[in-house]
Design a protein around this ligand. Sequence first.
Ligand code: ATP
Ligand code: MG
Length: 223
Amino acid sequence: MRLNQNHDLPGTLIVVEGIDGSGKSTQLAILRDWLQNIGQDVIFTEWNSSKLISQTTKRAKKKNMLSPRTFSLLHAVDFADRLEQVIVPALKAGFIVLSDRYAFTAFARDVARGVQPEWVRNTYGFAIKPDLSMYFSVPVEVSLERICSNRQPKFYESGMDLNLNPDPYESYKIFQNRVIEEYDKMVDEYNLIKIDATNTVHEQQVIFRDIVRKKLEEKGCSI
Ligand SMILES: Nc1ncnc2c1ncn2[C@@H]1O[C@H](COP(=O)(O)OP(=O)(O)OP(=O)(O)O)[C@@H](O)[C@H]1O
Ligand SMILES: [Mg+2]
């Protein structure tokens, strides 16, 4: 399993995980600007974005055609494509890769949907071990409040495919609490660095940047 072995590529892989609304995109956008301003080569990649597969996933999701296992496999194809096309080439070229979600998202969500933990970990057995894996932790109520400020919870992020509760908000709470439980288990299993994401954007960025700076220095980057 490559996720347990350090990679020997010159670049640095920084991964951010956490439930919806935990501030992953917000924090990575600020971190990316800072890294670019100090002259680092940075590339950003996000979950479910490979050109090869994301349209297929979207169509299948719309029709609610996916079982938890096929759902997991489609995301694994997306991930494999991005790993080969984007992440590994950038790491070989010495870039800092900022990944908005990584294989841990599948480990949390798919297991919350009832897929066997070993099965999903084996499916993603080709994933490279990140240099740094952050976990932005927020209670489900904070997550819901933040995402509802500009949109409704979506069908799959509420786990509506699982028939947990007919009310999308109640379903969201049940499903996302299961996801949180899985993330919490991964703190020890994969050394996720858990930080409190209920802080202000600024406070969270200061903590995040400090951890990133230390990691880059450890890897011999002068910043
Ligand atoms: N620390 C914070 N305090 C208050 N609001 C925040 C904080 N961080 C982010 N937000 C707000 O919460 C919302 C969700 O943030 P963001 O998009 O960064 O989350 P995310 O983790 O990327 O979510 P998703 O998984 O859905 O992409 C945004 O409206 C953002 O402005
Ligand atoms: Mg986001």
